[in-house]
Design a binder for this molecule. Structure first.
Ligand code: SAM
Length: 223
């Protein structure tokens, strides 16, 4: 039985509902708004501005549809930033499912074409999607992810703790944190006392900032 269906969120953008988990891939208050607010603005744009940087490396937990990747890559192309993006995804979607999201309306035609053309090769190798963007999707669980590389930014986009608590517990959070550079930025859509305590114990400075529509606050942490 196919457990995945396409759902329209409050801002008109689409997301996926996973019936087995009982959870959406993005906020029902607006997938596009959430992705732009939490990841592109509070994560990528913040990092670039703070560091006056012309390049960025991003590690995403829960690559899913690739909406966060697409919006980040589109942003980088418009601002002449070189982007190296690694997604971690335990259960990759089919290309057909990705094509049904309608996300082509939010990014350049070239990016969308390159993204679909190279999928699922991106699950095996790092691929140049365009002149300024490289993408690789690690097909594994978060705790199995290995890399020699450290990243500038972590986008932590796991399913909510109520549906997948192990993603928000110390073994997972400490495992992923080790791949962030000193001074690197960790962003996620949620904020809980437990997450703040864990990140503090791992050497992060915590910032509580306004959340995307439907959430009062979100978390940004600097290593
Ligand atoms: C909230 S959704 C992410 C949405 C995604 N960022 C997007 O823009 O479409 C959570 C994602 O985590 C993936 N996932 C679930 N368990 C995982 C695990 N243990 N390790 C890595 N990814 C996992 C799911 O398959 C799903 O794609």
């Amino acid at each position: 039985m196919n457990q995945l269906s396409i759902v329209t969120t409050a801002d008109g953008s689409k997301t996926i509902y996973n019936a087995a988990v009982g959870e959406h891939y993005h906020s029902r208050h607006g997938a596009l708004q959430e992705s732009l607010h939490v990841f592109v603005n509070a994560g990528l744009d913040y990092f670039l501005a703070q560091n006056n940087a012309k390049e960025a490396s991003i590690l995403e937990v829960g690559f899913g549809t690739g909406l966060n990747f697409l919006l980040s890559s589109d942003y980088c192309t418009r601002h002449q930033i070189h982007l190296q993006y690694t997604g971690i995804e335990a259960y990759p979607l089919t290309a057909d499912m990705m094509a049904q999201t309608g996300y082509e309306q939010y990014v350049s035609a070239e990016l969308w074409a390159g993204y679909l053309q190279h999928y699922p090769d991106t699950l095996k190798n790092e691929v140049s999607i365009d002149v300024a963007t490289q993408l690789q999707i690690a097909h594994c669980k978060l705790v199995e992810f290995k890399s020699d590389q450290l990243f500038d930014i972590i986008y932590f986009d796991a399913f909510a703790a109520v549906h997948q608590p192990e993603m928000w517990e110390l073994p997972a959070i400490s495992h992923i944190s080790q791949f962030l550079k000193p001074g690197g930025v960790f962003v996620t859509y949620a904020i809980t006392g437990n997450l703040k305590r864990m990140l503090k114990s791992l050497g992060f400075a915590i910032q509580k900032i306004p959340g995307a529509p439907g959430k009062r606050e979100m978390l940004r942490a600097i290593r």
